[in-house]
Design a protein around this ligand. Structure first.
Ligand SMILES: Nc1ncnc2c1ncn2[C@@H]1O[C@H](COP(=O)(O)OP(=O)(O)OP(=O)(O)O)[C@@H](O)[C@H]1O
Ligand SMILES: CCCC(=O)O
Length: 357
């Protein structure tokens, strides 16, 4: 086997995506689906470590891949401390913070843990790349409006950075030379301003900021929310679920499948059209809010994520923000290749792995 055999692991809330890369070339890939019943018995997400590792071992065995042939295992990184973007070696401090769920529970907390567990046996290197806590915010962006609540950077850093790098390469520039606004349009939505290689402002996709999404509420009227929280019949978990998981489109229309919503809207269902268009309106507004930070000097607006497959949605956003900069569409997500690319940059010496402290 070639020197750079990289096993890529992307744990999601209901699936584990895995792929074997040789350098940047995908050799094989699979998605292991985890049913609700299967995961129901686990109190914390990180308790699922052994289960997920077991499936990955089966995948390797079924495909006659010896674990000893791996040179690196790279996982999607989780809710660690806020850190700058890049490729990080998995170390003891990171493992401790992932296990403790330092900034909360998230499926990607398993990424570093799985990478460590398999890499140890393989005698390989374990990495995470651009975890959801990548924090490169400019100082002004940290202010919320009250000192008790500092704004944090938690977003789809891996895919946003991958798409921005792809755009940079399409225009023969380095990522550090471009200024782009990237809107990741998935189950959650984050919209980030990438400037000189850093995401200097972005809505926190796990804290009720920004546009509503298929299953998150985004920003809500704050005082109304506070009043709701103080209603005796509402408890913390209920409210949290309303913000993250069963907010947004699913709260209005009872589905988080935007293809279904679009079909209804196109068939003349006014409510479906209103809610779908409302999400496009909020995405456009969020994009527009970032332009002034760089005095309107934006090279391009990049739309990515599952919803970017939809012309119906994309056209509405384009129509609203096209005046600011050209809009380019990168549908779907590039997380697996972005993880492999992060490992390759380190294995080939283009970049030094960072140390999590
Ligand atoms: N062709 C399409 N047209 C419209 N919406 C689509 C299409 N394909 C997928 N989607 C929608 O995209 C959303 C899922 O996007 P994606 O797969 O990027 O998100 P995820 O990985 O589940 O969540 P996240 O991106 O927040 O991590 C779903 O709401 C899905 O219905
Ligand atoms: C915050 C980025 C990841 C997610 O949407 O869960």
């Amino acid at each position: 086997m070639s020197e750079n055999n990289i096993l890529v692991i992307n744990p999601g809330s209901t699936s584990t995506k895995l792929a074997l890369y040789q350098g940047q070339q995908e050799v094989m890939a699979s998605t292991i689906e985890h049913s609700q019943e299967e995961l129901a018995g686990y109190e914390n997400i990180t308790d699922q470590l052994d289960l997920r590792v077991k499936y990955i071992r089966e995948f390797l065995k079924d495909n006659s891949v010896s674990i000893k042939d791996l040179s690196a295992v790279v996982g999607r990184g989780g809710l660690l401390k806020p850190i700058p973007g890049g490729t990080y070696k998995v170390n003891q401090k990171m493992l401790k913070d992932l296990k403790a769920g330092l900034q909360g529970e998230h499926a990607s907390n398993l990424g570093g843990l799985i990478a460590d567990s398999l890499a140890e046996e393989a005698g390989a290197k374990a990495f995470i790349v651009d975890p959801v806590v990548v924090d490169e915010l400019k100082e002004l962006a940290r202010l919320s409006g009250h000192p008790l609540f500092e704004r944090k950077s938690i977003f789809h850093a891996l895919n946003q950075k991958a798409v921005a790098r792809n755009y940079a390469s399409d225009v023969n520039k380095d990522y550090n030379e471009i200024t782009v606004i990237v809107a990741h349009l998935g189950g959650g939505i984050s919209v980030g301003l990438h400037h000189q290689g850093k995401v200097i402002d972005v809505n926190n996709a796990l804290a009720g900021e920004g546009p509503y999404s298929p299953n998150r509420s985004g920003g809500l009227p704050t005082l109304d929310l506070a009043n709701y929280c103080y209603e005796p019949e509402n408890d913390y978990n209920d409210v949290k679920k309303k913000l993250l998981g069963s907010g947004g489109v699913v709260a209005y229309l009872n589905t988080n499948d935007m293809r279904e919503v679009e079909e209804k809207a196109e068939a003349g269902n006014k409510e479906a059209d209103l809610i779908y268009s409302g999400m496009a309106y909020q995405v456009a507004k969020e994009i527009g809010s970032l332009g002034p930070i760089v005095n309107g000097k934006v090279d391009a607006i990049l739309l990515t994520g599952g919803i970017a497959y939809s012309d119906y949605f994309v056209d509405q956003v384009k129509d609203q923000v096209g005046f600011l900069a050209p809009v380019k569409v990168y549908p779907g997500e590039e997380e697996m290749s972005a993880l492999a690319a992060g490992a390759v940059r380190v294995l080939t010496g283009q970049e030094q792995a960072k140390t999590y402290q």
